[in-house]
Design a protein around this ligand. Sequence first.
Ligand code: AHR
Length: 499
Amino acid sequence: MAKLTIYGDVQLNKIPKEIYGHFSEHLGRCIYGGLYVGEDSPIPNVNGMRTDVVEALKQIRVPVLRWPGGCFADEYHWRDGIGPKNSRKKMINTHWGGVVEDNSFGTHEFFELCRQLGCQAYVNGNLGSGTVQEMSEWVEYITFDGVSPMAQLRAENGREAPWELPFFGVGNENWGCGGNMTPEFYANEYRRYQTYVRSYHPERPIQKICCGANVDDYEWTEGVLKTCFRHSEPELHGFMDGLSLHYYVHPEGWKSKGSATEFDREVFYKTMYKALYMEHLIEEHEKIMDKYDPERKIAMVVDEWGTWYTVEPGTNPGFLFQQNTMRDALVAGLTLNIFNKHSNRVRMANLAQVVNVLQAVLLTEGDQMVKTPTYHVFDMYKHHQDGMLVKSQLETEQIGSGQWQIPNLTESVSLDSQGVLHITVTNLSAEDSFPVEARILGRAVREVQGEILCRPMHAMNTFEAPETVRIDPFPQTELTREGLRFTIPACSVVHLAVK
Ligand code: AHR
């Protein structure tokens, strides 16, 4: 019997809804065909945005969307994507498949998409190959409300009022595709570029996100923070609001990666093992951040995470299109539980990527759309958004295959503004169910409603069978004197709403 203790009267911190964020890059069919089909498309759309995709994303309450990359961001010149579409510059998308990028989706289209989704914008600027002036003018173009050259240009392009820009990234992966910089060089560039990312409206400040490390590159985190906080001047705190972290799960290693759909039991557990490594990474980078920022004013922003496999056979290798199974659903469930539990430092995360790329929540083909198992996890976990993290503890046992030993269960708990307690649990075992006895301290339990995503590890949704993996009701929860009792089936994600 797994013992879960929920300290119902110990609320730790708010779980920022931005942890449930997504990422859209000019990569493969993420933007073109996935989010945007253009006004003249026979596929139903509003101002060019696919109606089916927008509706599905609204359902999971996407809180924030990152754009335009990724590696694409440091080669993107925003002026190419404004003005009449027929005169927009065409360019080669050198990073992703060498295809022609016609810039028909640019700044105005991105903000229109955010409007339709009702989400916040996270724009990633070009530090690798763009100038300080270019970055500064983009921010002016987006946000300035008054008389200025960029505000006038925006108005000439049909948009009088400025947009809201809550988050701005100052470069992406500048240790690699964003310029191959050393931590010290990047940090000095960051100091310079961010100076001109001006918050023209102090009541709506732009949160500036500095490029952080890849995986376990602690030298990068240390080097960047050391250079940025060289004089420890208190005012420097205003110049960095977030530091990013990127971590992808490649079950077979970076080179061969492995198939998204064909894997054995050992690779399944290896995937879980590697996904759980996220917690260690957060804790280790956190230790370095705590040295420079003990009050935790700077957010850790995991703005790229997810599974990354070999592309589906017959698809463009530069498009990073992969299927999504119950294995991915478990990776999503366990990772979001980790983020919730570390949400006093991790305050934004963006799954890579929202449609048709890597661990996508939606896949499209022509006018068809399918919700992946990962989508359903975001649907069940949306109740944690902006809730209060509640202290919880779970006694687990080790399971796995060979060296890939992992805890059988993971969990997180939050309290929403209506006083409902939300418990999410993942059972990472491919074959065993486990009874769970939950003690809920400090509050009475009157009623519980459950839902579950539970299928064998290879199960997936396809265009032919889009409902193979879906959320089912989970009524098998018994109220006890101290809380709840239930048995969590193998390979499943459960959400319990407790009143
Ligand atoms: O998400 C795909 C790519 O992965 C992004 O463009 C880049 O930032 C990362 O290396």
